[in-house]
Design a protein around this ligand. Structure first.
Ligand code: PGA
Length: 254
């Protein structure tokens, strides 16, 4: 079973469109028996999406995720959304440390660990994003630095609860330039990440670590991506807004 995280980012523009996209996505996702889908709408569309998921009732392989979570558990913090609010809205997963948050909104990386801890405390599974910002020989050093900042003070048991998303920032449709999928690099990166995270989590068997690939995922790249068995799934941004494109991606996993 592969995991598909659908990151809708700041889309769609209206509740009506979000509702329609959610229903269509649900139809595709629940029929993809070999895929567990986590749909991540914007905060304003989460409650409505949760309602649609609940009334459908049959989508046992679909869950809701948020695109962020506050670093504080509660209180006076304008514009933030807490772990308890999210859990109360039937959110089971949350994205943390996405590069668009870190680089475009200038979110402070030093409180990523607090976001992780808040999520875990409320039974929400963190999906932690890591990935080098540009193609360079020092990409592994950048990833090690990111992990050290993000996981400082997180116990081995807590690290083992995290889903990791490897997203080379230069490959994401919104930020970087559109580049061809580099299968060799994607494979090298997942093996590298698995080994470091296994060490940090004190897990002897690196295959127990869940790592997803993100970065302009589309159907044509899936032929190669699905062959890298070290990835437990993928994160889809832009293509998740088009249900036909999503369906084509899923069809490559059949
Ligand atoms: P993309 O987005 O598929 O549009 O590149 C992926 C992501 O940023 O999560």
């Amino acid at each position: 079973m592969k995991i598909a995280v659908l990151n809708w980012k700041m889309n769609p523009n209206s509740l009506e469109s979000a509702r329609s996209l959610f229903k269509d996505t649900l139809g595709t996702a629940k029929n993809a028996k070999n895929v567990f889908t986590i749909i991540c709408p914007s905060f304003v569309h989460i409650v409505d999406s949760a309602h649609l998921l609940e009334i459908d009732g049959s989508a046992i392989n679909v869950a809701l995720g948020s695109q962020n979570i506050s670093f504080l558990p509660e209180g006076s913090l304008t514009g933030e959304v807490s772990a308890s609010m999210l859990k109360d809205s039937r959110v089971d997963y949350c994205l943390i440390g996405h590069s668009e948050r870190r680089f475009r909104v200038r979110e402070d990386s030093s409180n990523i660990k607090d976001r992780i801890l808040n999520a875990i405390a409320f039974g929400i599974t963190p999906i932690l994003f890591v990935g080098e910002s540009e193609r360079s020989d020092a990409w592994q050093d950048e990833i090690i630095d990111e992990l050290n900042i993000s996981l400082e003070g997180i116990s081995q048991d807590q690290i083992s609860k995290i889903i990791f998303a490897y997203e080379p920032v230069w490959a994401i449709s919104g930020g970087g330039k559109l580049v061809d999928f580099d299968m060799q690099h994607a494979k090298e990166a997942v093996i590298f990440l698995r080994n470091i995270v296994a060490k940090l989590a004190g897990i002897i068997e690196p295959s127990e670590i869940t790592i997803l690939y993100g970065g302009s995922v589309n159907a044509s790249m899936m032929d190669e991506l699905s062959k890298i068995e070290e990835y437990s799934g993928f994160v889809v941004g832009k293509s998740s807004l088009d249900v036909d494109a999503l369906q084509s991606i899923y069809s490559k996993l059949a």
